[in-house]
Design a protein around this ligand. Structure first.
Ligand SMILES: Nc1nc2c(ncn2[C@@H]2O[C@H](COP(=O)(O)OP(=O)(O)OP(=O)(O)O)[C@@H](O)[C@H]2O)c(=O)[nH]1
Length: 223
């Protein structure tokens, strides 16, 4: 599996969505993935390595292949592996709403992802897991929502153990976001390829260069 992970290439197909699931230790990453893929809850899932699982689902009426990577637990202060970060079209950051340190770890991971990918629109969903343990909550919905809004992340509360629908909805929201962003990108690249638009952009750039040249000359001659 290590080999497979190292040979990961970014997704080129518009009908495949690569999702990397990240989170601190014991937050329920594997339980969430297994629930989504099989509909079942497995209480103790022993995973020490990354693994990729695929499934086909319809999104907005079209069939997609979703490749989901389960990762090893994030250790605060340690950098994430680069390959999964560049392979992903989207990230699901799982934390436990009973464990504030796992929420802080999720925040660090978002910073890291944004820095590495240099893309503010990279789809990220923060999933507050274990909502069945709401009486043990230490992360408030308000804090989570405010942070997600600030970071342009989607957010939701899920329970891998008790609420299969919440898990399905979380993956659905994330895939929908990927589709919307990909559609916008496709439209933009199509527009930029049109000769009239390319000529206009070229003209604009030439005028900008000319203006900068003039400015430089006027500054040089003032001395
Ligand atoms: N109450 C409750 N327990 C959960 C839920 N999801 C997972 N768990 C429990 O949390 C523990 C960790 O679940 P895992 O799915 O192994 O978590 P993980 O993040 O993959 O763990 P690591 O791979 O060790 O980092 C297990 O004992 C699960 O039974 C949930 O929604 N509610």
């Amino acid at each position: 599996m290590e080999d497979k992970i190292h040979k990961l290439v970014p997704n080129g197909s518009c009908r495949d969505i690569n999702i990397v699931v990240l989170g601190a230790k014991g937050v329920g990453k594997s339980a969430t993935i297994v629930r989504f893929l099989t509909g079942r809850f497995i209480g103790d899932y022993d995973s020490q390595m990354e693994a990729i699982f695929s499934t086909n689902i319809p999104i907005d009426g079209k069939q997609y292949t979703i490749n989901i990577m389960d990762t090893v637990a994030y250790v605060p202060g340690k950098e994430l592996k680069e390959d999964p970060v560049f392979w992903a079209d989207a990230f699901m950051l799982v934390f436990s709403l009973t464990d504030v340190s796992s929420f802080k770890a999720a925040q660090q991971m978002v910073d890291y992802i944004r820095r590495m990918r240099e893309d503010d629109r990279m789809p990220i969903l923060a999933a507050a897991n274990k909502s069945d343990l709401v009486h043990l909550r230490t992360v408030s919905s308000a804090d989570c929502e405010a942070w997600c809004l600030d970071q342009n992340c989607l957010s939701c509360e899920i329970s891998a153990s008790e609420d299969p629908m919440s898990v399905k909805t979380a993956f659905g929201m994330l895939c929908h976001r990927v589709r919307v962003i990909n559609k916008k990108r496709e439209k933009l690249s199509w527009t930029l390829q049109r000769p009239a638009v390319a000529a206009k952009l070229h003209l604009r750039q030439s005028l900008k260069n000319l203006a900068e040249k003039k400015l430089w000359r006027s500054r040089t001659f003032t001395f």
